[in-house]
Design a protein around this ligand. Structure first.
Ligand SMILES: [Zn+2]
Length: 191
């Protein structure tokens, strides 16, 4: 296997017993492009595939799609809309100690934390300003799910992208993050 860097992506080219070239991006590692090529093909020829006109656009769109999947609230909002004030209250209570704990652990500092009625993602972080926004809907989930989002957003202050390094940080500091992310995706909050 050979690894290349292409437009900020890690490209891993593997020679395999395949007839055609295969290109894949895994949801867990959206910044890695896996290419399998037949044994007789050169690594340079594999890279040439990436230079096709629409390839970069395709990869970027695809990656964006993957990137937004894990953080999308799957809550049934009409049922829960009346609970918004309660979620807000709960988050106001649990978030500050979580942020203090994880800022110390990761060695970063957030600036302004805002709780928002966002449906597109659980949280977001601007690594430049240190401003973090948390979805009010997160208040419907157990503490460890809320904590996962706190760690996730703070980890963006160490690594902007959802890449191998980013997931490495999560694995190191919050090993159960995958489980929490799954719970968030499924919306199984039990509340
Ligand atoms: Zn993220």
């Amino acid at each position: 296997m050979k690894t290349f860097i292409w437009h900020g992506y890690t490209v891993q080219v593997t020679r395999k017993k395949v007839k055609n070239t295969n290109l894949r991006i895994k949801p867990a590692e959206p910044d890695i492009i896996h290419i399998s090529i037949p044994y007789q093909m050169s690594y340079q020829a594999a890279l040439a595939i990436l230079e096709q006109p629409k390839m970069l656009k395709w990869v970027e769109n695809y990656r964006k799609k993957l990137e937004h999947l894990p953080e999308k609230p799957a809550v049934q909002e009409n049922e829960r809309i009346k609970n918004i004030p309660a979620y807000q209250e709960r988050l106001k209570e649990v978030l500050p100690p979580m942020f203090s704990k994880w800022e110390a652990a990761l060695g970063v500092r957030s600036n302004k934390i805002t709780i928002r009625d966002t449906r597109s993602q659980w949280g977001s972080c601007n690594p430049r300003t240190g401003n973090i926004s948390i979805s009010v809907w997160l208040g419907a989930f157990p503490d460890d799910c809320i904590e996962y989002v706190v760690v996730h957003e703070l980890a963006h202050m160490l690594e902007r992208g959802h890449n191998q390094r980013f997931y490495g940080i999560l694995d190191q500091y919050y090993p159960k993050w995958r489980q929490c992310r799954q719970q968030l995706n499924e919306g199984t909050d039990g509340l």
